[in-house]
Ligand binder design. Structure first.
Ligand SMILES: Cc1cc2nc3c(=O)[nH]c(=O)nc-3n(C[C@H](O)[C@H](O)[C@H](O)COP(=O)(O)OP(=O)(O)OC[C@H]3O[C@@H](n4cnc5c(N)ncnc54)[C@H](O)[C@@H]3O)c2cc1C
Length: 414
């Protein structure tokens, strides 16, 4: 694979989109410096796994518990499988109806179509594995500098056209030739409400660039809407864990009527190596919308906003979800079992983007040297891990093509 002339790139967001982009760039011969910026404690984003320093055996996939590939396999899939980073997911699945009856899963579930996979050892292994793939690429020498626990708050463009990233105190974090937003926060008006910013950072930076295409992207991103989820996370041990293990499914989807009745959408049962069982019950979008201001005291957004835990409200949400879960699974769980579990709340403010997403032809504004990838890009896999992988591979190919075209030495003699 021919190396590209060196150009630096700053990627904001270490979810599947950002990590896959970096893997695809490095495998494709990108030779310049790459910096990765992520507000969370590590890579993962919505495929993160909750772990605990105090409890080494605990591991809950609290975002996506698995992922599906519904179309042709993205190029990155095979190396991830070969390296054992991901593995096929072959556990029993079922669908619950509003009468509490089980059915075999049908093909109407967009999250269950095609081949299913999970991160080996936890879903967070997927992003970590993508970054390992990047380090093994031909351009590994220049390396990837990953920065976690850093919220990028402001953007600017130098007179020479280089991108600058700043933190909350407007301290310069990085300068790069190219910028990629692998998360929408810096380009979406929700940043103003969420983080009390006075402006949309990319919109502010774009004022100094005369780029109609970027204005078009900003308008498309501003109209993006997403669905939230309020998830009940539960850990059961001893005899209670055994009851969860005996359930005839590891993944249960609530059909539309069941979702309306119990205000739950999915349930993922995750046995732990030490005999305990972790359970993640995902709320319906409607339930989450009604409880949007209750974050869960341990969520990273609560930490970033310096929010004090609102214990009473959180307890009430946990109780409502627990009651619904207990009732929906009355045929399998003895009374009181859910309430005996060690429980907490995880709220995803933007769990799934809503259609139509960012049009695929707006993935890259080459004049401004800014690109976009992630599950919010329209196309196959939209709103899912598959879409994040695909949009990143596409963006990487476009970036590599541009660099090679700009470099006379890389052009073959005609
Ligand atoms: C509860 C739940 C269940 C799901 N189930 C499934 C499923 O079964 N199958 C499936 O395929 N998909 C599922 N998904 C969706 C899937 O998780 C996402 O499609 C995928 O993870 C999106 O990856 P991404 O990289 O596009 O975005 P993200 O994972 O959101 O990554 C974006 C990253 O950017 C970071 N970031 C953004 N702005 C900044 C900033 N200014 N500074 C620093 N960092 C920043 C964020 O912290 C985040 O980590 C589920 C999601 C949730 C929440």
């Amino acid at each position: 694979m021919a190396q590209c002339p060196p150009a630096s790139i700053a990627v904001v967001g270490a979810g599947v989109g950002g990590c896959a982009l970096i893997a695809a760039l490095c495998r494709g011969g990108w030779s310049g410096a790459i910096s990765l910026w992520e507000s969370g404690r590590g890579p993962g984003g919505r495929t993160a796994t909750r772990r605990s320093r105090q409890d080494a055996g605990l591991r809950i996939d609290h975002g996506a518990p698995l992922f599906n590939i519904s179309g042709l396999a993205p190029d990155l899939l095979e190396p991830l499988l070969v390296r054992g980073v991901i593995e096929p997911w072959m556990e029993p699945r079922a669908r619950l109806d509003a009468a509490g009856r089980l059915h075999s899963e049908d093909s109407r579930d967009p999250l269950g179509e095609g081949a299913l996979y999970r991160g080996a050892g936890g879903m967070d292994g997927l992003c970590a594995g993508l970054l390992d793939l990047a380090q093994a690429g031909p351009a590994a020498a220049s390396g990837v500098a990953a920065h976690y626990g850093v919220l990028v708050c402001y953007l600017a463009v130098t007179p020479g056209g280089r991108w600058q990233l700043f933190d909350r105190e407007r301290q310069l974090l990085a300068e790069a030739d190219w910028l990629v937003l692998a998360g929408t926060l810096l380009a979406h008006p929700r940043s103003r409400m969420l983080l009390a910013w006075d402006t949309v950072p990319l919109k502010e930076a774009a004022q100094s660039l005369d780029d109609p295409e970027l204005q078009h992207v900003l308008a498309a991103l501003a109209s993006l809407r997403s669905e939230a989820r309020s998830n009940l996370l539960l850990v059961a041990e001893g005899a209670d864990a055994e009851v969860w293990r005996r359930c005839p499914f590891r993944l249960l989807r609530f059909d539309a009527a069941a979702e309306q009745r119990w205000r739950l959408s999915r349930l993922s049962i995750q046995p732990l190596a030490d005999g305990r069982v972790a359970v993640a019950a995902h709320s319906s979008a409607v339930f989450a919308a009604e409880h949007l201001s209750v974050y869960g005291s341990r969520s990273s957004i609560a930490r970033q906003l310096g929010q004090l835990p609102r214990q009473e409200e959180e307890t009430a949400v946990i109780a409502a979800l627990s009651e619904a879960l207990q009732d929906a699974l009355a045929d399998w769980l003895e009374p009181g079992l859910v309430a005996r579990g060690q429980r907490q709340l995880m709220r995803w403010g933007a769990a799934f983007p809503r259609e139509p997403g960012l049009p695929e032809d707006l993935l890259l504004c080459s004049r401004s040297r800014v690109g976009f990838c992630g599950d919010y890009v329209a196309g196959v896999g939209f709103g899912r891990v598959e879409g994040a992988l695909r949009s990143s591979e596409r963006l990487a190919a476009m970036l590599l093509d541009i660099l090679r075209a700009e470099d006379p030495a890389a052009r073959s003699p005609s």
